[in-house]
Design a protein around this ligand. Sequence first.
Ligand code: 5GP
Length: 194
Amino acid sequence: MLSKFQKNIFLITAPSGAGKTSLIKNILKYANIREKKIFLSISDTTRAPRQGELNNIDYCFIDRLKFKENIKNGKYIEHAEVHGNFYGTPKANIEQHLEAGYKVILEIDWQGALTILKYYPDAQSIFISPPSLEDLSKRLTKRGLDSKEVILKRIKGAELELKQKDHFKFQIVNNLLDTATENLINIIFKGNNG
Ligand code: 5GP
């Protein structure tokens, strides 16, 4: 393991609907404008694409058989079942990008983040919370991407997920997107990460 680059791994965890995707979009925009080297890892998932999601950009969408085969072949540094679907982080690319001086962002659930911290104890772990569970419920309903049943499942999951936040080095409450973005920029680019 390349311990000297571990600090450039940023594990970003949040219950779905906490605004993580918008935050990461802002981070990529910031990095792009300033020509900063940043690499957002793309996970494999067995979840069906949501409206507007693209294969190999948002996720690599694969079936369960392929996912199991990939586990057997050691493709993933970590994998987890989240809300009934499987998600896995490919090993390839992470080390290469670290060595080439990139900051590597992994957008994964709390289980995945804790697994990665076993490999890379100095990775930066960041937990994004919604202002409240009511707010989360409103956001999930408003974005209109999931069925009522799925939304209920995700809110139940969020209650559990929020209990994990103390395992994370940094905690950001996504109340105002601009403020939360600024906090994240400070952690990732301005070295306010201990
Ligand atoms: P969604 O289905 O809303 O895109 O993602 C559901 C959850 O799975 C989110 O918390 C997301 O961060 C997490 N997730 C996405 N990719 C991975 C991965 O590769 N590994 C793990 N452990 N979780 C992931």
